[in-house]
Design a binder for this molecule. Structure first.
Ligand code: SF4
Length: 191
């Protein structure tokens, strides 16, 4: 595409998926800075979660979780390397098409979607142990999704056994602009 914003996206790391051992996650680097296109993508991707302060745009592609940052794209719950490449090919086309059409798109700087209780529930320990003060993990997930309670109230989530799900959940919450105490926020390197 002439005047394409992104000419290449290179996969730099392929890692085991933290949420599902049968799948992979990847890190990729973009040939161009994406900060300017993120608000336009936020306007055109249904169900995207955008945090302008980070900045980060996260959305689901079926069961996969894709996050865009200024020079980096990450994917989780991805089938395999071929799946990752197909996702990035489609994303390159979407980014360049959106950028080319930006004069006709109203950029959105708002977080348009919250995480759903189900998004949160899937990554909780799901033991209904009540240590958070609520009778079920689903009730806790509802309070987290609506920002009524802090994630640190779920003590079992911070056990070693829950490290993988905790990492993914804290990343999702951080990228979506939820309040996550700074010691628990995933660093860029750890994503
Ligand atoms: S403390 Fe965590 S694992 Fe226990 S019920 Fe609450 S959300 Fe579920």
């Amino acid at each position: 595409m002439p005047n394409a914003l992104v000419t290449s996206i290179e996969i730099t790391h392929v890692l085991p998926c933290l949420a599902d051992p049968a799948k992979i996650r990847f890190h990729a680097e973009t040939s161009a800075e994406l900060t300017g296109v993120l608000p336009y993508l936020n306007a055109v991707i249904h169900g995207a979660i955008y945090n302008h302060a980070v900045p980060a745009l996260t959305f689901n592609k079926d069961y996969r979780i894709i996050s865009l940052h200024p020079r980096r794209i990450t994917g989780a719950k991805v089938d395999d390397l071929d799946d990752a490449r197909a996702i990035l090919d489609n994303l390159t086309a979407l980014i360049n098409d959106t950028w080319a059409r930006r004069a006709g798109i109203t950029p959105s700087y708002e977080r348009r979607e919250r995480l759903t209780p189900v998004d949160v529930f899937k990554l909780l320990p799901r033991t209904n142990c009540r240590q958070c003060g609520l009778p079920t993990c689903l009730a806790f997930a509802v309070d987290i999704a609506s920002e009524k309670r802090s994630i640190i109230r779920c003590a079992p989530l911070f056990d070693a056994d829950s490290a993988d799900k905790r990492h993914l959940l804290l990343t999702l919450l951080t990228d979506a602009g939820y309040q996550v105490p700074s010691p628990f926020r995933p660093t860029d390197e750890a994503r």
